[in-house]
Design a protein. Structure first.
Length: 343
């Protein structure tokens, strides 16, 4: 490993007035060998919030499918254990790929300038190889689920590969992120035995029309497309000034900082999608109280409370909003599963 990863290495960057990079002196990463630190940083192991955002849609999908199929708890737990471990490597691969592609831009953004590839602790080639290794591990874990899961995972791979490039060609890269994140819902459904192209057998077991099943899954997916549009837009306010200078495109800059109307529309859309998903499958009261109304309230509190001009406030609400909204949606889905299965 080059001297760029040493504890006291100074990195040449356009922000010469800022302190030089130093490896972490506290926390999880401080206990790792110096040569391991850049790889852990590529995987964002020290920042678990992103993992939760990756994992929640998979959890929603498995809970929704388990309710439809009245699946046993062991089946549900096994699928979620595989997804939980696999998400570590899926997220790691996506972040590593993103950092390798974005290194030239990251060097122009204060918050991102010390990422491993940007500070030249790791070369882009090594980052690409590390992306491939993590992807293979994720696919190996995916092989423990029904074989069709592999086929359904391919659209997600394509979306994650395109995401860092989207920042260069569209003002709405968060929309690409939304579809990539929401694909976890589809993967969760498939893992539990719901094949979107063969719902007749599910229809016989649930007594629900095929159109209702497709509509419910589609609405749950759509609700999870809108969610990242909210939380990543809040997150993106941290870098608005640097992004403008670096030429990075995103919703914050497209809206000229006035993102509140868009966020309000996204919250309304998410609420309607979640409500429709419940109506189409005859969900109970707790689903509507928690997954629908609870999510709407937590999202509204987050958007109305965050200070868009304060990076610490944006980061705080990005982190806390994960559990507030994700937790309420998951709780409502779990209680719905419990009501149907009777555990």
């Amino acid at each position: 490993m080059s001297q760029a990863t040493s504890k006291s290495c100074a990195i040449t960057d356009p922000f010469s007035d800022l302190p030089p990079y130093r490896d972490p002196q506290t926390g999880f990463l401080s206990h790792l060998p110096t040569s391991w630190v850049p790889f852990a940083q590529l995987m964002r192991l020290e920042k678990p919030t992103g993992f939760y955002y990756f994992y929640f849609p998979h959890l929603f999908g498995t809970l929704h499918a388990a309710t439809l199929l009245k699946a046993g708890l062991p089946h549900l737990l096994r699928a979620n254990l595989i997804f939980a471990v696999g998400t570590i490597f899926l997220r790691g691969a996506a972040c590593t790929w993103n950092d390798a592609i974005d290194a030239p831009l990251d060097r122009l953004v204060v918050r991102c300038r010390n990422r491993p590839v940007a500070r030249r602790a790791i070369s882009p080639l090594v980052a690409y190889v590390f992306t491939a290794v993590q992807s293979l591990i994720a696919f190996a874990l995916l092989s423990q689920l029904p074989p069709i899961c592999f086929l359904y995972s391919l659209p997600a791979v394509a979306m994650w590969a395109f995401y860092p490039l989207a920042k260069r060609v569209t003002d709405y890269p968060q929309a690409v992120l939304g579809f990539a994140m929401a694909w976890g819902v589809i993967m969760g459904e498939i893992a539990m035995g719901v094949d979107l192209f063969n719902l007749e057998c599910i229809k016989a077991r649930t007594g629900l029309p095929t159109a209702s099943l497709k509509g419910a899954i589609g609405c749950l997916f759509a609700a999870n497309v809108t969610w990242p549009l909210v939380y990543d837009t809040i997150y993106g306010h941290q870098d608005a000034k640097d992004d403008a200078k670096a030429g990075v495109k995103n919703i914050v800059l497209a809206c000229r900082g006035n993102t509140m109307p868009l966020l309000a529309k996204m919250i309304i859309m998410q609420t309607l999608f979640l409500a429709m998903a419940g109506l189409l499958t005859g969900a109970g009261l707790m689903y509507f109280l928690l997954s629908v109304i609870g999510a709407a309230i937590t999202m509204t509190v987050m958007v109305s409370s965050v200070d868009f001009d304060s990076p610490p406030s944006c980061l705080w609400w990005f982190q806390k909003g994960c559990w507030l909204t994700g937790g309420t949606i998951a709780s409502g889905l779990y209680l719905e599963y419990k009501r149907f299965v009777g555990i």
